[in-house]
Structure formats: C-alpha cells, structure tokens
Design a protein around this ligand. Structure first.
Ligand code: ADP
Length: 302
C-alpha cells in the first residue's frame, strides 16, 4: 500500500518538485504514473524508496510511515519492495541465476530456499533456458525479465518499475507489461512509471498523471485491449481473442505459459467482464483520455 497525504518536496535549490500531493494505491492495485520530464515522477519514486524525505506531509508505504522511519529500519522496510530500473542494473559478472540469488543471499535466506525459489522465479519470467547465461548474452527484453525476477524473488508487497520499457524494443515492451500485469494478478501491488503512451493506451487501468509537481489526473480508463475483449463478450473463444489481437498488431504474450496464472480463456473472460473499469469516463476513447491527460499532440489532442 502506498499513501501520500498532502506531500510536498522542495529541494534545497528552492525547486518545488511535488506540491501538496495526495494519493493512495491499495494493496493489489496496478497503476501507471505518467508525466513529462521534470514533472516530479522521480522525486515521487525517491520518496517511496526513502531516498529523500518529504518537506511536508506524510508518506506511508507498506505500513511504514517513512517520515518517522529510523535509519536502522530502512533495510527492513526496503525488503518489502521490489524495484525495476530502466537500465536493468544487472551485475555483468554474474549469471542470471546468480543475479537473482544474490538478493536472497544478502538477507541470509536459507540455501535450501534459495535453490527452490530462484529457479521458480526464473521460470515465471520464461527464462529457464537462460539460467546460466550472463547479462551480455541476453537481449534487452530478457535482461528486463531477469530484473523483474530479481525484484520478485523476495516476494515483495510492492514493485516499483521506473520506465521498465525505456531501453527495450517497442514490440517487447508489451511483453514486459504483460509480465508485470501477471505478477499483479498474483497479488503484488505494482507502480509503473512510463511515458510510453501507446502502452498506457493499450493496457488501460489506473493512470496517474503528474504535471508540474501536482496530480492532474487519476482515473481508471479502459484500454484498447479491454475494448477488444468487451466487443467479443457474447461467444468469445480463445481463437477469436487471439485473432483480434493479431489484427490490432498487438504482440503475443510472454510465451512462458505465465501471464496471470489464469488460463487464456479465464484471462479473456476476466478482461471482458470490465471489472474495475470506471464507467464514468467510458464515453471517451483511450485516445481522448491520453490526449487529455498528457496534452500530447501525437495522441490527437482534445
Ligand atoms: P521527472 O522524474 O518527472 O522527470 P523529477 O522528479 O526528476 O521529474 O524533477 C522534478 C523537478 O525537480 C524538476 O524541476 C527538477 O529539475 C527538480 N529536481 C530534481 N532533482 C533535483 C535535485 N536533486 N535538486 C534540485 N532540483 C531537482
């Protein structure tokens, strides 16, 4: 759970990076945070990791009140988080297995547990065949999967992904978000910072827009993938949904057999149910909404 109550951050230079921001992300939620460069996204992430403190207001993450958190308690707090960086930050001299096992070793997890848990998370991200590869033998998408497995291995309550698709091929970006969505379906809260509007438009869900240090938009929108699923409600078959996706040039899922822990049919049914969709703005197309929240002309403007 993440809660910001009237949070402001003013850097010593006098820049007001966040201005009276209030926000709540409940356990099990998935939220995209969008906003242009300099809007305050990194400042918010640094707050959530307790790299910096709020100038005023209260930040609570996973039950820890960060303004009151003692220095010696910070490592304990951070163990409740997983973090995925834009530039992967894998250790080049370690294999995939070692990069992930390392996280458990530093917290003195029992060897027996490490030997079970690491192969498990590697298979969740579909990289079993690359267990003994080194980072420079992997594609960008594969490196990010390793980073996601590393974030996941400690079974965190919350994963913060900061532009996780920023350094990988656009077509693979969908797979990375699918993977994060699958992890979210298993109960992990996910906060993903991105400025890739196509991704947000495709997946929909909760979108929080920060502009000039303020939250100017916080709504759940219907993604284009949800719309496709909704159109096929009456007699949706797996074939139909796959065909529709192909027509829309949406890349396939991870191919790892793990997306959400649900079968494809169950997943499609869940999407088509329109659960968690705020219908109050459903007369806007995703393009309208993205344009409204980002002011991005490429999105068509409003
Ligand atoms: P974003 O991640 O959305 O690009 P940031 O949170 O990095 O935005 O920046 C928000 C504002 O705070 C910007 O005006 C930026 O120049 C300023 N800023 C960021 N970090 C610092 C810092 N360490 N010292 C002073 N100003 C900063």
């Amino acid at each position: 759970m993440v809660e910001l109550k009237n949070v402001s951050v003013t850097y010593s230079s006098g820049v007001d990076a966040l201005n009276n921001v209030s926000l709540r992300i409940n356990d099990g939620d998935f939220a995209f945070v969008v906003g242009s460069s300099g809007a305050g996204k990194s400042t918010m992430i640094k707050l959530l990791l307790k790299e910096i403190d709020a100038t005023s207001g209260v930040v609570t993450v996973n039950g820890y009140n960060l303004s009151k958190l003692k220095k010696r308690k910070i490592p304990e707090f951070r163990r409740t988080l997983g973090f995925v960086f834009q530039d992967f930050r894998l250790i080049p001299s370690m294999t995939v297995y070692e990069n992930i096992a390392f996280v458990l070793r530093v917290i003195d997890a029992p060897i027996k547990y490490i030997r079970k848990r690491v192969p498990y998370v590697i298979s969740l991200v579909g990289l079993h065949a690359k267990t003994n590869s080194y980072p420079d033998e992997l594609s960008g998408g594969e490196k990010q999967r390793v980073a996601i497995a590393r974030a996941l291995v400690n079974d965190p309550q919350l994963i913060i992904a900061d532009e996780p698709t920023g350094n990988i091929d656009p077509e693979l970006s969908y797979e990375i978000v699918e993977l994060l969505k699958g992890i979210n379906d298993q109960g992990t809260t996910i906060l993903m910072v991105t400025h890739e509007h196509d991704l947000v438009r495709h997946f929909g869900g909760r979108i929080i827009n920060i502009t000039d240090g303020e939250i100017v938009f916080d709504e759940v929108i219907l993604g284009t993938s949800d719309e496709l699923a909704a159109e096929t409600i009456p007699d949706m078959s797996i074939e139909t949904s796959v065909e529709e996706k192909t027509v829309n040039e949406v890349p396939s899922d991870t191919g790892s057999g793990f997306v959400s822990g649900l079968s494809q049919g169950e997943e499609a049914a869940l999407l088509s149910s329109g659960e968690d969709i705020d219908m109050s703005i459903d007369d806007m197309t995703p393009d309208d909404v993205i344009a409204a929240i980002t002011g991005d002309e490429r999105s068509g403007g409003v």
